[in-house]
Design a protein around this ligand. Structure first.
Ligand SMILES: [Zn+2]
Ligand SMILES: [Zn+2]
Length: 456
Protein backbone atom coordinates (compact mmCIF):
# COMPACT_ATOMS: atom_id res chain seq x y z
CA UNK A 1 0.00 0.00 0.00
CA UNK A 2 2.81 2.42 0.85
CA UNK A 3 5.01 1.30 -2.03
CA UNK A 4 4.22 4.59 -3.70
CA UNK A 5 4.11 6.87 -0.72
CA UNK A 6 1.05 8.99 -0.07
CA UNK A 7 1.55 12.75 -0.24
CA UNK A 8 2.35 14.52 3.03
CA UNK A 9 0.15 13.87 6.03
CA UNK A 10 -1.72 17.19 5.70
CA UNK A 11 -2.91 16.16 2.25
CA UNK A 12 -5.06 13.39 3.70
CA UNK A 13 -7.73 15.94 4.54
CA UNK A 14 -7.15 17.56 1.13
CA UNK A 15 -7.88 14.22 -0.52
CA UNK A 16 -11.03 13.98 1.53
CA UNK A 17 -12.13 17.50 0.58
CA UNK A 18 -11.14 17.12 -3.05
CA UNK A 19 -13.04 13.87 -3.15
CA UNK A 20 -16.13 15.39 -1.59
CA UNK A 21 -16.06 18.48 -3.82
CA UNK A 22 -15.51 16.40 -6.97
CA UNK A 23 -18.43 14.16 -6.12
CA UNK A 24 -20.75 17.09 -5.34
CA UNK A 25 -20.04 18.48 -8.83
CA UNK A 26 -20.78 15.08 -10.32
CA UNK A 27 -23.98 14.82 -8.32
CA UNK A 28 -25.12 18.20 -9.66
CA UNK A 29 -24.28 17.19 -13.24
CA UNK A 30 -25.49 13.62 -13.36
CA UNK A 31 -26.99 12.74 -10.00
CA UNK A 32 -26.36 9.15 -10.82
CA UNK A 33 -25.93 6.13 -8.58
CA UNK A 34 -22.46 5.75 -10.09
CA UNK A 35 -21.46 9.03 -8.44
CA UNK A 36 -22.80 7.94 -5.09
CA UNK A 37 -20.76 4.74 -5.29
CA UNK A 38 -17.68 6.82 -6.13
CA UNK A 39 -18.40 9.13 -3.19
CA UNK A 40 -18.58 6.24 -0.74
CA UNK A 41 -15.41 4.74 -2.26
CA UNK A 42 -13.48 8.01 -1.85
CA UNK A 43 -14.54 8.45 1.76
CA UNK A 44 -13.54 4.89 2.59
CA UNK A 45 -10.20 5.24 0.79
CA UNK A 46 -9.39 8.55 2.46
CA UNK A 47 -10.31 7.26 5.90
CA UNK A 48 -8.38 4.09 5.20
CA UNK A 49 -5.24 6.13 4.59
CA UNK A 50 -5.91 8.10 7.77
CA UNK A 51 -5.36 4.93 9.73
CA UNK A 52 -1.88 4.49 8.26
CA UNK A 53 -0.31 7.95 7.95
CA UNK A 54 3.43 8.22 7.33
CA UNK A 55 3.83 10.27 10.52
CA UNK A 56 2.13 8.18 13.14
CA UNK A 57 0.85 9.59 16.39
CA UNK A 58 3.59 7.95 18.45
CA UNK A 59 6.24 9.52 16.20
CA UNK A 60 4.72 12.96 16.71
CA UNK A 61 4.62 12.42 20.46
CA UNK A 62 8.25 11.28 20.30
CA UNK A 63 9.08 14.56 18.51
CA UNK A 64 7.15 16.70 21.00
CA UNK A 65 8.87 14.97 23.90
CA UNK A 66 12.28 15.74 22.39
CA UNK A 67 11.23 19.34 21.77
CA UNK A 68 10.14 19.74 25.36
CA UNK A 69 13.31 18.18 26.73
CA UNK A 70 16.24 19.66 24.79
CA UNK A 71 19.82 19.12 25.93
CA UNK A 72 22.95 21.17 25.35
CA UNK A 73 25.98 19.89 23.39
CA UNK A 74 27.80 16.95 25.02
CA UNK A 75 24.90 16.52 27.49
CA UNK A 76 22.52 14.65 25.17
CA UNK A 77 22.04 11.61 27.47
CA UNK A 78 18.23 11.58 27.43
CA UNK A 79 17.99 12.32 23.69
CA UNK A 80 20.60 9.70 22.81
CA UNK A 81 18.90 7.10 25.01
CA UNK A 82 15.47 7.86 23.46
CA UNK A 83 16.83 7.43 19.93
CA UNK A 84 18.71 4.25 20.88
CA UNK A 85 15.56 2.77 22.41
CA UNK A 86 13.49 3.69 19.35
CA UNK A 87 15.98 2.19 16.90
CA UNK A 88 16.26 -1.00 18.93
CA UNK A 89 12.47 -1.35 18.93
CA UNK A 90 12.47 -1.15 15.14
CA UNK A 91 14.95 -4.04 14.98
CA UNK A 92 18.33 -2.36 14.65
CA UNK A 93 21.49 -3.49 16.39
CA UNK A 94 22.25 -0.47 18.55
CA UNK A 95 25.38 0.71 20.32
CA UNK A 96 24.77 3.39 22.96
CA UNK A 97 26.51 5.29 24.39
CA UNK A 98 29.23 5.58 21.79
CA UNK A 99 31.93 8.30 21.81
CA UNK A 100 30.17 10.30 24.52
CA UNK A 101 26.42 10.42 24.00
CA UNK A 102 26.52 9.15 20.40
CA UNK A 103 24.24 6.41 19.03
CA UNK A 104 25.03 3.92 16.25
CA UNK A 105 22.40 1.61 14.75
CA UNK A 106 23.14 -1.06 12.14
CA UNK A 107 20.68 -3.07 10.06
CA UNK A 108 22.10 -5.69 7.75
CA UNK A 109 19.73 -6.45 4.89
CA UNK A 110 21.81 -8.68 2.64
CA UNK A 111 24.85 -8.08 0.49
CA UNK A 112 25.30 -4.69 -1.12
CA UNK A 113 26.52 -1.20 -0.40
CA UNK A 114 26.33 0.63 2.92
CA UNK A 115 24.46 3.89 3.46
CA UNK A 116 24.96 6.05 6.54
CA UNK A 117 22.20 8.39 7.71
CA UNK A 118 23.13 11.01 10.27
CA UNK A 119 21.15 13.04 12.74
CA UNK A 120 22.51 15.49 15.25
CA UNK A 121 21.16 15.45 18.83
CA UNK A 122 21.93 18.72 20.58
CA UNK A 123 20.00 21.92 21.30
CA UNK A 124 21.02 25.54 21.96
CA UNK A 125 21.32 27.85 24.99
CA UNK A 126 18.24 29.93 24.09
CA UNK A 127 15.04 30.70 26.01
CA UNK A 128 12.20 29.47 23.78
CA UNK A 129 9.71 32.17 22.81
CA UNK A 130 7.30 30.19 20.65
CA UNK A 131 3.75 29.71 21.84
CA UNK A 132 3.78 25.96 21.18
CA UNK A 133 1.91 23.89 23.77
CA UNK A 134 5.02 21.71 23.95
CA UNK A 135 7.54 24.61 24.10
CA UNK A 136 10.66 23.97 26.16
CA UNK A 137 10.86 25.47 29.62
CA UNK A 138 14.17 23.81 30.36
CA UNK A 139 17.10 25.53 31.97
CA UNK A 140 20.70 24.35 32.20
CA UNK A 141 24.04 25.58 33.45
CA UNK A 142 26.44 26.39 30.61
CA UNK A 143 30.20 25.86 30.73
CA UNK A 144 30.78 29.31 32.23
CA UNK A 145 28.48 28.38 35.14
CA UNK A 146 25.61 30.63 33.99
CA UNK A 147 21.97 29.48 33.94
CA UNK A 148 20.62 29.48 30.38
CA UNK A 149 17.42 28.42 28.63
CA UNK A 150 17.63 25.36 26.38
CA UNK A 151 15.79 25.11 23.07
CA UNK A 152 15.74 23.04 19.90
CA UNK A 153 16.06 26.16 17.76
CA UNK A 154 18.03 24.41 15.01
CA UNK A 155 15.51 21.61 14.41
CA UNK A 156 17.73 18.73 15.53
CA UNK A 157 14.66 17.20 17.21
CA UNK A 158 13.09 16.98 13.73
CA UNK A 159 16.25 15.32 12.42
CA UNK A 160 16.16 12.67 15.18
CA UNK A 161 12.47 11.91 14.61
CA UNK A 162 12.90 11.91 10.84
CA UNK A 163 15.67 9.34 11.18
CA UNK A 164 13.57 7.12 13.39
CA UNK A 165 10.57 7.33 11.04
CA UNK A 166 12.80 6.51 8.06
CA UNK A 167 14.29 3.48 9.81
CA UNK A 168 10.80 2.27 10.69
CA UNK A 169 9.75 2.52 7.05
CA UNK A 170 12.90 0.92 5.68
CA UNK A 171 12.72 -2.07 8.02
CA UNK A 172 8.99 -2.51 7.49
CA UNK A 173 9.48 -2.63 3.71
CA UNK A 174 12.89 -4.27 3.70
CA UNK A 175 12.11 -6.28 0.57
CA UNK A 176 12.41 -3.02 -1.37
CA UNK A 177 16.14 -2.55 -0.76
CA UNK A 178 19.28 -4.58 -0.15
CA UNK A 179 22.51 -3.71 1.65
CA UNK A 180 23.50 -2.29 5.02
CA UNK A 181 21.97 0.68 6.77
CA UNK A 182 24.03 2.49 9.39
CA UNK A 183 22.40 5.35 11.28
CA UNK A 184 24.09 7.64 13.74
CA UNK A 185 22.88 10.06 16.40
CA UNK A 186 25.72 12.53 16.64
CA UNK A 187 26.30 14.69 19.70
CA UNK A 188 27.67 18.23 19.88
CA UNK A 189 27.07 19.51 16.35
CA UNK A 190 26.46 23.04 17.62
CA UNK A 191 30.00 23.25 18.97
CA UNK A 192 31.53 21.42 16.01
CA UNK A 193 32.93 18.53 18.06
CA UNK A 194 30.59 15.56 17.73
CA UNK A 195 31.47 14.23 14.28
CA UNK A 196 35.16 14.40 15.09
CA UNK A 197 34.52 12.61 18.38
CA UNK A 198 32.60 9.76 16.70
CA UNK A 199 35.18 9.28 13.93
CA UNK A 200 38.04 9.36 16.45
CA UNK A 201 36.08 6.84 18.57
CA UNK A 202 36.21 4.34 15.67
CA UNK A 203 32.92 4.93 13.82
CA UNK A 204 34.38 3.70 10.54
CA UNK A 205 36.42 0.88 12.13
CA UNK A 206 33.99 -0.66 14.61
CA UNK A 207 30.96 -0.45 12.29
CA UNK A 208 30.50 -1.05 8.55
CA UNK A 209 32.26 1.71 6.62
CA UNK A 210 29.68 3.57 4.52
CA UNK A 211 29.84 4.03 0.76
CA UNK A 212 27.62 7.10 1.10
CA UNK A 213 26.67 9.43 3.95
CA UNK A 214 23.44 11.47 3.92
CA UNK A 215 21.84 14.02 6.21
CA UNK A 216 18.98 16.47 6.18
CA UNK A 217 18.91 19.85 7.84
CA UNK A 218 15.68 21.76 8.28
CA UNK A 219 15.44 25.07 6.43
CA UNK A 220 13.59 27.89 8.20
CA UNK A 221 12.90 29.72 4.93
CA UNK A 222 11.74 26.82 2.75
CA UNK A 223 8.12 25.63 2.53
CA UNK A 224 7.15 22.21 3.82
CA UNK A 225 6.89 19.64 1.03
CA UNK A 226 10.09 20.91 -0.58
CA UNK A 227 13.72 19.81 -0.45
CA UNK A 228 16.61 21.94 -1.65
CA UNK A 229 20.12 20.92 -2.68
CA UNK A 230 23.49 22.37 -3.61
CA UNK A 231 26.13 20.42 -5.54
CA UNK A 232 29.73 21.05 -4.41
CA UNK A 233 30.62 23.48 -1.57
CA UNK A 234 27.43 23.98 0.42
CA UNK A 235 28.40 25.29 3.86
CA UNK A 236 31.40 27.32 4.90
CA UNK A 237 34.41 26.37 7.01
CA UNK A 238 34.25 28.01 10.44
CA UNK A 239 37.25 29.07 12.47
CA UNK A 240 37.32 30.93 15.75
CA UNK A 241 40.32 33.19 16.29
CA UNK A 242 41.39 34.84 19.54
CA UNK A 243 43.49 37.98 19.20
CA UNK A 244 45.14 39.54 22.23
CA UNK A 245 46.32 43.09 21.52
CA UNK A 246 49.00 44.08 24.01
CA UNK A 247 49.63 47.65 25.16
CA UNK A 248 50.98 49.42 28.23
CA UNK A 249 48.42 50.38 30.82
CA UNK A 250 48.34 53.46 33.04
CA UNK A 251 46.32 56.56 33.99
CA UNK A 252 43.86 57.53 31.29
CA UNK A 253 44.78 61.20 31.75
CA UNK A 254 48.41 60.50 30.78
CA UNK A 255 48.19 58.91 27.30
CA UNK A 256 51.78 59.84 26.38
CA UNK A 257 53.04 57.47 29.07
CA UNK A 258 50.87 54.52 27.91
CA UNK A 259 50.39 52.40 24.81
CA UNK A 260 46.61 52.26 24.39
CA UNK A 261 45.49 48.76 23.26
CA UNK A 262 41.89 50.00 22.72
CA UNK A 263 43.02 52.32 19.93
CA UNK A 264 45.15 49.55 18.36
CA UNK A 265 42.33 46.99 18.63
CA UNK A 266 39.82 49.44 17.12
CA UNK A 267 42.13 50.04 14.16
CA UNK A 268 42.56 46.27 13.77
CA UNK A 269 38.76 45.65 13.75
CA UNK A 270 38.29 48.08 10.87
CA UNK A 271 41.41 47.00 9.01
CA UNK A 272 40.54 43.29 8.86
CA UNK A 273 37.41 44.09 6.83
CA UNK A 274 39.73 45.10 3.97
CA UNK A 275 40.72 41.40 3.82
CA UNK A 276 37.16 40.93 2.55
CA UNK A 277 36.49 44.18 0.66
CA UNK A 278 39.90 44.83 -0.96
CA UNK A 279 42.01 41.66 -0.97
CA UNK A 280 39.45 38.95 -1.76
CA UNK A 281 38.33 37.77 -5.16
CA UNK A 282 34.75 39.15 -5.12
CA UNK A 283 33.43 35.98 -6.75
CA UNK A 284 34.44 33.85 -3.75
CA UNK A 285 32.39 34.57 -0.61
CA UNK A 286 33.93 34.69 2.86
CA UNK A 287 33.22 36.44 6.17
CA UNK A 288 35.11 37.85 9.16
CA UNK A 289 33.05 39.03 12.14
CA UNK A 290 34.29 40.23 15.51
CA UNK A 291 31.87 38.81 18.06
CA UNK A 292 33.58 39.85 21.26
CA UNK A 293 35.77 42.89 22.16
CA UNK A 294 36.85 42.98 25.78
CA UNK A 295 39.08 45.69 27.26
CA UNK A 296 39.24 47.83 30.32
CA UNK A 297 37.34 48.31 33.56
CA UNK A 298 37.00 52.05 34.24
CA UNK A 299 36.90 55.36 32.32
CA UNK A 300 40.23 56.68 33.61
CA UNK A 301 42.34 53.54 33.30
CA UNK A 302 44.10 52.60 30.07
CA UNK A 303 44.20 48.78 30.13
CA UNK A 304 47.20 46.58 29.41
CA UNK A 305 45.47 44.49 26.78
CA UNK A 306 42.34 43.75 24.77
CA UNK A 307 40.93 40.33 23.92
CA UNK A 308 39.01 39.97 20.65
CA UNK A 309 37.15 36.90 19.43
CA UNK A 310 36.49 36.47 15.73
CA UNK A 311 34.58 34.04 13.55
CA UNK A 312 35.99 33.37 10.09
CA UNK A 313 33.97 31.66 7.31
CA UNK A 314 35.36 30.42 3.99
CA UNK A 315 34.60 27.82 1.32
CA UNK A 316 38.06 26.77 0.11
CA UNK A 317 41.34 25.85 1.81
CA UNK A 318 43.22 28.63 -0.04
CA UNK A 319 40.71 31.28 1.07
CA UNK A 320 40.81 29.98 4.64
CA UNK A 321 44.63 30.18 4.73
CA UNK A 322 44.57 33.66 3.18
CA UNK A 323 42.14 34.97 5.81
CA UNK A 324 43.92 33.43 8.80
CA UNK A 325 47.32 34.70 7.63
CA UNK A 326 45.76 38.08 6.85
CA UNK A 327 44.32 38.44 10.36
CA UNK A 328 47.76 37.79 11.86
CA UNK A 329 49.40 40.30 9.48
CA UNK A 330 46.81 43.00 10.24
CA UNK A 331 47.10 42.46 14.01
CA UNK A 332 50.89 42.70 13.88
CA UNK A 333 50.75 45.77 11.63
CA UNK A 334 48.27 47.55 13.94
CA UNK A 335 50.46 46.90 16.96
CA UNK A 336 53.68 47.85 15.15
CA UNK A 337 52.20 51.18 14.10
CA UNK A 338 51.81 52.09 17.79
CA UNK A 339 55.15 50.65 18.90
CA UNK A 340 53.25 48.06 20.92
CA UNK A 341 54.44 44.51 21.74
CA UNK A 342 53.63 41.79 19.20
CA UNK A 343 50.00 40.62 19.58
CA UNK A 344 49.00 37.00 20.25
CA UNK A 345 46.89 35.41 17.53
CA UNK A 346 45.45 31.97 18.31
CA UNK A 347 43.16 29.63 16.44
CA UNK A 348 40.74 28.04 18.94
CA UNK A 349 39.60 24.41 18.74
CA UNK A 350 36.25 25.13 17.09
CA UNK A 351 37.57 24.84 13.51
CA UNK A 352 35.08 23.11 11.19
CA UNK A 353 35.97 22.36 7.57
CA UNK A 354 33.72 23.45 4.68
CA UNK A 355 30.90 21.02 3.80
CA UNK A 356 31.21 19.61 0.32
CA UNK A 357 28.34 17.78 -1.38
CA UNK A 358 29.74 15.14 -3.73
CA UNK A 359 28.75 16.13 -7.29
CA UNK A 360 27.99 12.61 -8.59
CA UNK A 361 26.03 11.58 -5.51
CA UNK A 362 24.06 14.85 -5.45
CA UNK A 363 22.97 14.28 -9.07
CA UNK A 364 21.80 10.74 -8.21
CA UNK A 365 19.88 11.89 -5.15
CA UNK A 366 18.21 14.75 -6.99
CA UNK A 367 16.99 12.34 -9.69
CA UNK A 368 15.57 10.00 -7.01
CA UNK A 369 13.82 12.87 -5.21
CA UNK A 370 12.36 14.28 -8.41
CA UNK A 371 10.61 10.93 -8.84
CA UNK A 372 9.54 10.45 -5.22
CA UNK A 373 8.49 14.04 -4.38
CA UNK A 374 7.86 15.50 -7.83
CA UNK A 375 10.13 17.82 -9.85
CA UNK A 376 8.51 21.04 -8.60
CA UNK A 377 9.37 20.17 -5.02
CA UNK A 378 13.12 19.84 -5.55
CA UNK A 379 14.78 23.23 -5.51
CA UNK A 380 18.36 24.14 -6.36
CA UNK A 381 19.69 26.25 -3.45
CA UNK A 382 22.81 28.38 -2.91
CA UNK A 383 25.79 27.82 -0.58
CA UNK A 384 25.45 29.40 2.87
CA UNK A 385 28.08 30.83 5.22
CA UNK A 386 26.89 28.90 8.26
CA UNK A 387 28.86 25.74 9.08
CA UNK A 388 28.22 22.09 9.92
CA UNK A 389 30.50 19.37 11.21
CA UNK A 390 28.82 16.96 8.77
CA UNK A 391 31.82 18.07 6.70
CA UNK A 392 33.95 15.64 8.74
CA UNK A 393 32.39 12.63 6.99
CA UNK A 394 33.28 13.82 3.48
CA UNK A 395 36.69 14.86 4.80
CA UNK A 396 37.14 11.18 5.80
CA UNK A 397 36.75 10.21 2.13
CA UNK A 398 33.06 9.22 2.15
CA UNK A 399 30.94 10.70 -0.64
CA UNK A 400 28.46 12.76 1.38
CA UNK A 401 25.46 14.97 0.76
CA UNK A 402 23.51 17.24 3.08
CA UNK A 403 20.07 18.28 1.83
CA UNK A 404 17.72 20.95 3.18
CA UNK A 405 14.20 20.15 4.26
CA UNK A 406 11.40 22.73 4.07
CA UNK A 407 10.00 23.21 7.56
CA UNK A 408 7.46 26.04 7.53
CA UNK A 409 3.98 25.62 6.10
CA UNK A 410 3.64 27.68 2.89
CA UNK A 411 0.79 29.79 4.27
CA UNK A 412 2.62 30.60 7.51
CA UNK A 413 5.84 31.25 5.58
CA UNK A 414 4.04 33.75 3.33
CA UNK A 415 2.43 35.53 6.30
CA UNK A 416 5.73 35.77 8.21
CA UNK A 417 7.55 37.08 5.12
CA UNK A 418 4.84 39.66 4.53
CA UNK A 419 5.27 40.94 8.08
CA UNK A 420 9.08 40.92 7.63
CA UNK A 421 9.21 38.71 10.68
CA UNK A 422 10.48 35.34 9.48
CA UNK A 423 12.61 33.75 12.22
CA UNK A 424 15.85 32.09 11.13
CA UNK A 425 17.34 28.94 12.63
CA UNK A 426 18.77 29.70 16.10
CA UNK A 427 15.95 32.20 16.72
CA UNK A 428 13.94 31.88 19.94
CA UNK A 429 10.80 32.19 17.75
CA UNK A 430 11.61 29.51 15.16
CA UNK A 431 9.55 26.35 15.07
CA UNK A 432 8.91 23.83 12.29
CA UNK A 433 5.46 22.59 11.28
CA UNK A 434 6.40 19.16 12.49
CA UNK A 435 3.84 16.84 10.85
CA UNK A 436 4.30 18.26 7.38
CA UNK A 437 8.08 18.53 7.69
CA UNK A 438 8.41 14.93 8.88
CA UNK A 439 6.03 13.60 6.30
CA UNK A 440 8.18 14.92 3.45
CA UNK A 441 11.44 14.17 5.25
CA UNK A 442 10.60 10.52 5.91
CA UNK A 443 9.26 10.01 2.41
CA UNK A 444 12.36 11.63 0.91
CA UNK A 445 14.94 9.85 3.06
CA UNK A 446 13.28 6.48 2.57
CA UNK A 447 13.28 6.92 -1.20
CA UNK A 448 16.94 7.96 -1.16
CA UNK A 449 18.07 4.82 0.68
CA UNK A 450 15.92 2.61 -1.53
CA UNK A 451 17.34 4.32 -4.61
CA UNK A 452 20.95 3.89 -3.47
CA UNK A 453 20.47 0.28 -2.32
CA UNK A 454 18.30 -1.41 -4.96
CA UNK A 455 17.45 -5.07 -4.33
CA UNK A 456 19.02 -7.85 -6.40
ZN1 LIG B 1 22.51 25.12 14.65
ZN1 LIG C 1 21.67 22.49 13.05
Amino acid sequence: MLFIFPRPFSSVSDVLLRGRRGVITNLRREFSIKSLILFVFLIITAEGSLSAPLVSKDLLLFYQDLHQNPELSLKEERTGAALAKGLEKEGMKVTYPFAGTGVVGVFNNGSGKTVLLRTDLDALPIIEETSLPYASKKKAINKSGREVGVMHACGHDIHVTNLLGTVRNLIKYKNRWQGTLVVIGQPAEEIGQGADQMIAGGLFKKFPKPDYALAFHVDAGLATGKVSYVSGPVMAAADSVEVTILGKGGHGALPHENIDPIVIASRFVLDIQTLISRERDPRAPSVISVGSFQCGTKPNITPDKCLLELTVRSFTKDERTRLLEGIKRKAEASSLSSNAPKPLVELTKEAIPATFNDHGLTARLVAILQTSLGKDNIIQGSPVTVSEDFSRYSESGIPSVMLFLGSVNEKRLGALRKKGNLPSLHSSRYYPDAEETLSTGIQAMTSLVEGLLPPG
